[in-house]
Write a protein that binds this ligand. Structure first.
Ligand SMILES: NC(=[NH2+])NCCC[C@H](N)C(=O)O
Length: 410
């Protein structure tokens, strides 16, 4: 069996990567919130408790739960001192310290820790009062301003869905949109290259993180079948990235159709999976607010054309496009908040459309979205709810908090 196997969004989940929220989600002030893509300051003990419940539900359903922070440690220990040193250099460069006295001091500080503490520290952020650096060059002295951090925390890293995505037997390691999240995928790159689970296995990389002008995030990437993938054109994913990815997938994989769905660009629906998810062979959830007055939406269906070129067709009917792509005669689209405009908007905001399917027709959702949950049950879905008062403050739900590595075929 391949170490990576994702041919659908709904096949029985076997292995998943999570990140337990840590210090990083309480190491910032209200003034830093919007830049760090948070809407509140979460209460860590409860967030951890809720996350542990989420993990234990997955385990009860037979999923092998791996933790990103632990895998990063294992990859660094397995890789040895050179890998660790190169990783730190890269992390510091991307934290704006490519060289100089601050780079050296931070490297020494982080290197003095055991590997797990070091990984956790990088994620939690390094405050200026933790080190006493004597500046001896102009650049370092000038950068010494009242801002309290040398290295910002990475509070969004518990949304493991976004930094990378496993597709087929390969992976996309994502160049993310905002500075607040860009460094996160260095951990995914490290794990792919040096973790014993992946190292030396020649895993196809559909797209790496070395891109400047286009970006993509896993919340927009949904494998609908072994041939079809849906990708959101969103605040976080550019059409250029989708086109490049389609090119690579058409050349090297079983995928021969990319359905690019254009969604509004705003923080409430930053990714496709905040408004649209697949929950069964022929059932999807959808936030009705993404459709215009005529119930249309911009969709571009990409397929392989002549001479390695890509063809695309513009469509506007989401239901029909999905029925055609998945060869279905009927399709049930379940509206978030049961179509009530107030409930739909409230529940979408708290990830009511962000269902995580762990087997065909079985999903994990946040308990707080009771209107959407009730409707899912009425449509025959087996709904398992998890508590969500603190986790939801980061604007992500069960799908965002999980990065599936292996699913059974459907
Ligand atoms: N797959 C998702 N919908 N992820 C949600 C990510 C939320 C996070 N605060 C961000 O803005 O990036």
């Amino acid at each position: 069996m391949d170490p990576i196997h994702i041919t659908s969004e709904i096949g029985k989940m076997k292995t998943v990567i999570l990140k337990r929220p840590g210090k990083e989600i309480e190491n910032f002030t209200p003034r830093m919130m919007s830049r760090l893509l948070f809407d509140e300051t979460p209460y860590l003990p409860i967030a951890q408790k809720e996350h542990d419940t989420f993990a234990s539900v997955l385990k009860q359903y037979g999923v092998n739960v791996l933790y990103l922070e632990k895998m990063a440690k294992e990859a660094l220990n397995h890789g040895g001192p050179q890998v660790k040193s190169a990783f730190l250099d890269r992390m510091l460069t991307e934290s704006n310290y490519p060289s100089g006295v601050i780079h050296d001091a931070l490297k020494e500080y982080l290197n003095s820790m055991d590997t797990q503490t070091m990984v956790n520290k990088i994620i939690a952020g390094v405050r200026k009062n933790e080190l006493h650096i004597v500046y001896n060059d102009l650049a370092s002295s000038v950068s010494d301003n009242p801002y309290p951090f040398y290295m910002d925390p990475m509070p969004n890293i518990y949304f493991t869905r976004d930094m990378s995505a496993f597709i087929g037997n390969g992976v996309s390691i994502n160049h993310m949109t905002f500075a607040a999240r860009k460094r996160e995928s260095l951990f995914n790159e490290l794990i792919l290259n040096y973790h014993p689970m992946f190292e030396g296995q020649n895993i196809p990389v559909w797209r790496n993180r070395n891109h400047t002008y286009s970006h993509i995030e896993g919340g927009d990437e949904q494998v609908l079948s072994e041939h079809v993938i849906a990708i959101g054109i969103s605040q976080r994913t550019t059409a250029k990235a989708i086109q490049e990815m389609a090119q690579k997938l058409f050349q090297k994989s079983s995928f021969n159709k990319v359905i690019a769905i254009q969604i509004p660009h705003n923080h409430a629906m930053m990714h496709l999976d905040t408004v649209f998810t697949m929950v069964n062979y022929d059932q999807f959830t959808m936030y009705p607010g993404i459709l215009n007055q005529n119930d249309d939406i911009n969709i571009y269906v990409l397929t392989p054309g002549k001479d390695g070129k890509i063809e695309y067709k513009h469509r506007t009917n989401l239901k029909q496009t999905l029925k055609d792509a998945l060869h279905l005669s009927e399709l049930d689209i379940i509206p978030t908040g049961n179509g009530d405009p107030i409930m739909a908007e409230r529940e979408q905001w708290n990830d009511g459309s962000n269902t995580l399917t762990i087997a065909p027709g079985t999903v994990i959702t946040y308990d707080r979205n009771y209107v959407s949950n009730r409707l899912l049950k009425e449509h025959g879905i087996n709904v398992i709810t998890v508590p969500s008062s603190e986790l939801s403050r980061g604007r992500g739900g069960p799908r965002c908090m999980s990065c599936p590595v292996v699913r059974a075929d459907i």
